[in-house]
Design a protein around this ligand. Structure first.
Ligand code: C5P
Length: 234
């Protein structure tokens, strides 16, 4: 994975090629990673991905694969043929041990493999509605899934800032933590439920902060990214 000390991973959540290119070009040097997700990849495919990767900022390809082991392994293998490989790519930890192991073997160190634990848009009531054990909190579920991912060769997880301390304790310091649900002080919560400020997420053990609308929806995205970096060093 290319070295970057800047923990901001900006989520380029748009199907608009021109807007995505503008964001990548202007945020280069101000963020550590670009996150390219389903909205963009389904609209523009590998050609669009490569246009984004050409800006030289390491890419987190956030496609959240979730299928049987063979399908996920073959899907990842196809993605690893990209001319510029992503720095990070992800699957859902709820895919289970065999799927996680197959994913890790398919990647074979060509990118960091990250597993999504519990989406930050879900809270205890949502998990209960989906049939998860109501005796366990979202944090318990996320920690179990993180342990499962680690035990099956995954390099790190996506988790809520609220689950960080528990996951750090369970999985140790060299397990990568990629953390969405980040909202700078005073900004709109929108559809996220379990949020933290950039500074408090880092203090709780986040390695990478996934930040979308707080940067991409700002009138001046570069200034928004710079302000977040300043807030981290205060
Ligand atoms: O705009 P906002 O900062 O809420 O964007 C968060 C980004 O992180 C989105 O791209 C979303 O898909 C992603 N994400 C998330 N929760 C997860 C995994 C990914 O919000 N558990």
């Amino acid at each position: 994975m290319p070295e970057t000390r800047n923990p901001i991973c900006v989520a380029i959540d748009t199907p608009d090629m021109e807007r995505a290119g503008f964001l990548a070009q202007s945020l280069k040097g101000h963020v550590g990673y670009l996150k390219v997700g389903m909205e963009f990849f389904y609209a523009h495919g590998q050609a669009g991905y490569l246009e984004m990767a050409q800006h030289g900022v390491p890419i987190f390809l956030d496609l959240k694969l979730h299928d049987i082991p063979n399908t996920v392994a073959n899907g990842l293998n196809a993605l690893m043929q990209l001319e510029i490989t992503p720095a990070m790519i992800n699957v859902h930890a709820t895919g289970g041990p065999a799927m996680l192991k197959a994913a890790s073997q398919a990647i074979d160190g060509r990118a960091k493999l990250i597993a999504v634990t519990i989406l930050t848009s879900l809270d205890n009531d949502d998990l209960k509605a989906a049939g998860f054990n109501p005796e366990m909190s979202t944090c318990d579920h996320a920690t179990n899934l993180a342990k499962l991912a680690k035990a099956n060769g995954v390099d790190g997880i996506v988790c809520s800032p609220h689950d960080l301390q528990s996951i750090r304790t369970a999985c140790g310091d060299d397990f990568l933590t990629v953390v969405p649900g980040i909202r700078p002080q005073g900004s709109d919560v929108q559809d996220q439920k379990r949020i933290a400020t950039p500074k408090s997420a880092l203090e709780s053990g986040a390695d990478i902060l996934v930040i979308g609308r707080a940067i991409t929806g700002a009138a001046d995205p570069v200034k928004a990214a710079q302000d977040i970096l300043v807030s981290l060093s205060k």
